[in-house]
Design a protein around this ligand. Structure first.
Ligand code: CTP
Ligand code: CA
Length: 225
């Protein structure tokens, strides 16, 4: 869907964005989850669609609407998200905006677990989930963008933490935001810095999520896509 008035700079480009928060089942009615609504990822999908791209939004438990003209693939767990993203390794731009659970529950029950089955001092055995971003960064042909929500409030510290994570992930760009008091998860406004491979700052933006998303799409598609 090309929104009226916008230029179709990304026409013919395939963009895939993951959004939302994964849920790791404990049993059919319970899960381990997080507070991500999917708003940032949905805004990115919208911003790419406005530019004329062919956009797929892989949504993990979205609490926000799917933007017009954007294809939606619904997933729940990190493993489902991983499989869905691997279907799109050939995209021109891959953005991992989803909040992925670092761990999943070992031996999730396929029946609702009774209280007595937990015993006196219950524990949940966890196993580490695959790092989807690392996997995509090593396999994808196009540009790969990761996200990092960090609690550092000092801009220099935030940048340093971001640079280390960017290097560890091996992606082309890392969008870093500070999740202190009034920004980040659930907030209407957000503030980000976009780090490029090597650690230079490609852009910074703050404001409502749609404006920030436009700036991120702009910065990550300028030279590469
Ligand atoms: N990510 C992923 N797969 C995972 C965990 C994270 O693809 N199993 C992606 C997220 O979607 C995000 C980026 O990696 O784009 C950074 O996530 P983050 O949780 O900040 O990174 P971690 O490596 O899990 O580090 P931390 O110890 O800070 O949680
Ligand atoms: Ca994590």
């Amino acid at each position: 869907a090309v929104v009226e008035g916008a230029d179709a700079r990304l026409a013919g480009q395939r963009v895939v964005v993951s959004a939302g928060g994964t849920r790791e089942p404990i049993d059919p009615v319970r899960f381990i989850g997080n507070r991500s609504s999917g708003a940032m990822g949905a805004a990115l999908a919208r911003a790419a669609a406005e530019r004329g791209a062919d956009v797929t939004l892989v949504g993990a438990n979205l609490e926000v609407p799917v933007p017009d003209g954007v294809r939606h693939v619904a997933v729940e767990s990190a493993e489902e998200l991983h499989a869905a993203m691997l279907e799109h390794v050939d995209a021109d731009l891959v953005i991992m905006a989803a909040a992925v659970s670092d761990y999943r529950v070992v031996d999730a029950s396929d029946r609702k677990r009774k209280k007595e089955a937990w015993g006196d001092s219950p524990t949940l055995a966890l196993a580490e989930n695959p790092d989807i971003l690392v996997d995509l960064a090593s396999r994808a042909e196009g540009v790969v963008v990761g996200f990092a929500a960090e609690s550092e409030t000092d801009p220099d510290e935030l940048r340093e933490v971001g640079r280390a994570k960017l290097e560890r992930k091996g992606c082309d760009f890392l969008v870093v935001n500070s999740v202190s008091a009034d920004t980040g998860f659930g907030a209407v406004d957000t503030s980000v810095i976009v780090l490029a491979r090597g650690g230079s700052e490609a852009a910074s933006a703050s404001g409502d999520k749609v404006s920030v998303a436009r700036a991120i799409i702009e910065a990550t598609t300028k030279e590469h896509v």
